[in-house]
Design a protein around this ligand. Sequence first.
Ligand code: AMP
Length: 285
Amino acid sequence: MNVKLIETIQEMLRFTKDAKHRNLSIGYVPTMGALHEGHVSLMKAAVAQNDIAVMTIFVNPIQFGPNEDYEKYPRTLEADLEKAEAAGILAVFFPSAHELTENIYSFVDINELQNNLCGVKRPGHFRGVCTIVSKFFNIIQPDNAYFGKKDIQQLYIIKQMVKDLNFPVNIVPCEIVRESDGLAMSSRNRYLSANERKDALIISQSIKKAITLQQNGETSPQIIINCVREEIAKVPSAKIDYISIVNEQMQDVDTVENKNILALAVYIGKTRLIDNHIIGEKLCF
Ligand code: AMP
């Protein structure tokens, strides 16, 4: 295999230094592995737009809550390396949790943007994400970093963090990649049983129905949210964690307008899935 597997911070720093020395632009894709076509689209963009592309595979313990799925999160390194290589990634940084997160005393936190949606439902999650992404930005020093719109709150938070802390990196948002039936791709989809996989379709279908309502002139967030709620209630295995319509500051809105985000988190059985749609953008499913 040609893709270079790097497992220590020291070796990654050497790689970065060499790339900088040679004046190569670096594209960077952060992931937790268990790669699917959503990740592949980010990798391909990074490869196409930079001299070299690097990815991280790291299941970050400090972004998981005590009752979340850190232990059972899928870990599929061999298959991931093959996908990385096929996409043209030059190096995969795969550090140990021990080296990256144990015995650290400094954390990066973000205020208002985490006071809604997943930030409230997963306390400490974005502190864990911001801290680890900051460390990776420092170690890899990318020119461009690629984030999926699938994790829309994360994308806005990272953009704000980069602005606030003056990281010299350009954040590139990438479209949500979906299965042919509309389900947003996620590493957690592999937790779903065959029946749950069918049930999970209600998430994208409810978004579609609500957005059709909005496109027909509805501007009340409550009415649009209720439409999603009623659809999801039709599926007994589905339990709503949240449904919200927010602005780019992640605040609930009174009137729905372009660039607002319909965002939801839904449990299908024990699996928590998220999805969203940005109002005004084309619905491609
Ligand atoms: P994860 O491995 O889940 O932490 O995701 C790593 C990156 O891939 C994040 O920027 C995600 O937003 C992005 N991503 C995950 N699923 C998708 C998808 N279905 N479409 C586009 N990007 C995605």
